[in-house]
Structure formats: C-alpha cells, structure tokens
Design a binder for this molecule. Structure first.
Ligand code: GYE
Length: 334
C-alpha cells in the first residue's frame, strides 16, 4: 500500500463532470435493479463491467491483478471481467453485453485508439457511465466517457529518448524500434515522445521500426528479422519490457551481448524487465505504473454516488538505470 501511495496519482485536469448532466446514475432505471444509490442487482454492490485488452504482457498481468484485487465484493463491487485477446471486436462485444446486463459502470482499456464512438454512444444512451483506464480513445466527443485514468505515454517516450540522447547519443548510433500494437495509444504516443526527444541529436538514426504487438514472442521474431537485415544495430528502443525481453533472446541467439554490443531501452518496469536491467542486459527502463485498480474503484464509487470526478487522472511514473533497478527490485510488487 505504501508503494501505491508513494507514487499514486496526480490530478492533471479539473474538468469536472456532472453525473446528473450525464444522466449517469443508472440505478433504479432498470428492471431488476434494487433502486438504491449504489445500484446493481446484488444488494448494495456496484456492478462494474471491465473489458480488458488481453494478457499480452507482464504489465497487463499486473494491471488485471490490481483491478481484480481492488474491485472485490468486500470493497463494494460486483466485477464482471472479460479478456478481449487484443481484438477490438471482442471488446466491443463485451461492452455491449455489459450494456445489455445493465451494469452501473463500464470500464475498459481500449486496444486501439479509434473506432469507439458507436458503442460509447450506446452506453451513454443507456445512462451507463464509462471510465477509461490505461489507454485513451480518439474521439471528438469527450462526453462519451466520464474519466480517463492512466500514464502520460508521450512523456514516457520522451524520457526514454532523452536518456538515450544524453547517455548514448554522444557518438553516432543506429536504433531499431519495436513498436507496440498498431493504433494503440501507448504505441502512437511513445513513438512520438521518443522522436521528439531525439530529433535534435544528429548522432541518433532510427534505421528500422516495426510492431511487435507488445508481446515477447513477436518482439523476438521482429528482432530476429532486424538482425538479419542490419549488421550495425547499436540500440533497441522497445515500447514495452516484454518486447525488449524477446529482443534480448534474439540478440543472445545471434551471439551478441545484450546491454553491451546492443543496448536495450524499454518502458514498463515489470519484474522481468527490472531483473534484466539489474543484470546489465537492459540499459534503461521508463516505468509505467499498472496498479490502476485503486483509482478505478475510487472514481467508480464517486460516479455512482453522483459526485463530480476528474476528467483526467495522470499516473506518476519513475525511471531506472541499472543501479536504480538493483535498488528497487527487492520491493517490486509486480
Ligand atoms: O506498456 C504494455 C501493455 O497500455 C500501458 O500495454 C499499456 C501497455 C504496456 O501491453 O506492456
């Protein structure tokens, strides 16, 4: 708990949303509802449908655990959880089923940024408030969700780029980039942040950039093809730890030393990534905090109680070099 409080969240914007304006208090309006303020079909519990992206990474596993550990019956929730296996159509289907069930709140972490307006309008028409966690949606109508809780991904990419520029960009280096899922907010934003931070340094050249879909297996495959195509790679910038760990395997299999012959910079800071960093096989990690359950519970309770909530809650992230990882690893929760 101390860990969560230590770097919990900062309120970034105070654009308050009136629940009444949204007509978001779904309780009492639906068949089978108890009609009390906390709503839901199970006594006083808040029924919440959570449509998760998938189980693609260590980050996602930690995020799912945080949500399941927090949205418990003891804490006042009746959680319905689904895993979309990284497919938008599965997530849309899950959200539609939560609408049909008449839950009090829907929360989800959108696989990709675009293409949500129709289903979010359906939720709005059913008076069910939607909370975004982790990833943003690209929409012109921000009345379609009540709050967005998650990290600033552009900032994460920037911090990675700044470290590379200051520490490795003092001589010419060739960079390959392992992108996350195409069209996902963290992919778009981390790429942009890294580019912004490195574009002024003429020593840094990104010679190849492809998606590894945030998974270890695809990160490894793409790195293998990078190694075949280029014999002069100095650095891998991976949009998450898992793809960096896949790249690490490919580099070792090619007879090179990760962290030395080819340096690796990633984002997330899950245990496996931090272990590789502490062992000198990674060079730098920008953290992305997956422990979003407590903030989600807090916002969901406020929304159902008719209180105003912050439209954007930015999760605070740290960054680690090899020494920092050694120090942080013993206390790492995930
Ligand atoms: O970095 C990656 C996961 O959306 C922030 O998704 C999340 C990203 C995370 O698959 O590991």
């Amino acid at each position: 708990m101390a860990r969560i409080n230590h770097r919990h969240t900062a309120v970034a914007a105070l654009a308050a949303v009136s629940l009444l304006a949204l007509g978001a208090c779904s309780s009492g309006a639906k068949a089978g509802d108890t009609g009390d303020a906390a709503g839901g079909s199970d006594g006083d519990l808040i029924s919440i449908g959570f449509a998760q992206v998938g189980a693609e990474s260590g980050w996602r596993t930690a995020n799912t655990k945080s949500i399941k550990d927090t949205l418990t019956k003891e804490n006042g929730f009746d959680l319905k959880f689904s895993d979309a296996q990284q497919k938008q159509e599965n997530q849309i289907q899950a959200i539609r089923s939560y609408i049909a069930q008449g839950v009090d709140v829907i929360a989800f972490s959108p696989v990709v940024e675009s293409g949500w307006d129709a289903v979010l309008q359906e939720a709005k028409a059913a008076n069910i408030p939607v909370i975004l966690t982790d990833r943003a949606v690209d929409t012109d109508d921000d009345s379609l969700y009540v709050s967005f809780i998650g990290s600033d991904f552009v900032e994460e990419g920037k911090r990675a780029g700044e470290w590379v520029s200051e520490n490795l960009g003092t001589e010419p280096i060739n960079v390959v980039e392992l992108q996350g899922t195409t069209g996902a907010a963290p992919t778009i934003d981390r790429k942009k942040g890294f580019e912004e931070a490195t574009k002024g340094n003429s020593n840094i050249t990104v010679i190849d950039s492809q998606t590894g879909n945030f998974t270890r297996a695809e990160g490894k495959q793409v790195m293998e093809s990078f190694l075949q195509a280029h014999d002069d790679i100095d650095l891998v910038f991976a949009h998450n730890d898992d793809m960096g760990l896949g790249a690490l395997e490919a580099i070792e299999a090619a007879g090179k030393v990760p962290g030395k012959d080819i340096k690796i910079v990633t984002i997330d800071g899950v245990k496996d990534g931090m272990t590789a960093l502490s062992e000198g096989k990674f060079n730098y990690i920008v953290e992305c905090n997956p422990l979003l359950g407590p903030d989600l519970a807090d916002i969901a309770k406020k929304v159902v109680a008719g209180e105003t909530v912050e439209k954007r809650i930015v999760t605070k992230d740290e960054a680690f070099d090899q020494e920092g990882a050694k120090a942080a690893l013993p206390d790492r929760q995930y």
